[in-house]
Design a protein around this ligand. Structure first.
Ligand code: ATP
Ligand code: MG
Length: 137
């Protein structure tokens, strides 16, 4: 059993597709172990995406991630990290495979509906960033 972190980004929250996205997870063997809606501060977003701090799009990424509330979710299941990435589709929705979350709900490479941890190690760190042990059930 693995755990991974998903974030439903501000574009998808604004569109009202939280339920539709969670359905993709639950219909594909990923269980919701923890969930909350929150507004990221600029400091939070910079810290969360620190790995990208030298990339040219960092400023836009932080601005976008703080542009409205997000929903953060701990997903649990077999191969949860890889399965979540598969359900999400490619970073750029134009390249995302048919039937993936980004193909169906994302507009552009920056407003791309969801985040998903890209390794087990990052998943553990990202989960700790948002949730205490007691909040994960
Ligand atoms: P995420 O980390 O959000 O799950 P990802 O792992 O598919 O997405 P990363 O390479 O980690 O993609 O990039 C993090 C985020 O930065 C992307 O989701 C996207 O919103 C933004 N991003 C990545 N590349 C670009 C780009 N070339 N131009 C603008 N934004 C970008
Ligand atoms: Mg990433």
């Amino acid at each position: 059993m693995e755990q991974t972190l998903s974030i439903i980004k501000p574009d998808a929250v604004k569109k009202g597709v939280i339920g539709k996205i969670i359905d993709r997870f639950e219909s594909n063997g990923l269980r919701v172990a923890a969930l909350k809606k929150l507004q990221l501060s600029t400091k939070d977003a910079k810290e969360f995406y620190a790995i990208h701090k030298d990339r040219p799009f960092f400023g836009e990424l932080v601005e976008f991630m703080t542009s409205g509330p997000v929903v953060v979710i701990v997903l649990e299941g077999e191969n949860a990290v890889a399965k979540n990435r598969e359900l999400m589709g490619a970073t750029d929705p134009k390249e995302a495979a048919k039937g993936t979350i980004r193909a169906d709900f994302a507009e552009s490479i920056d407003a791309n509906a969801v985040h998903g941890s890209d390794s087990l190690e990052n998943a553990n760190n990202e989960i700790k960033f948002f949730f205490s042990k007691e909040e994960i059930l």
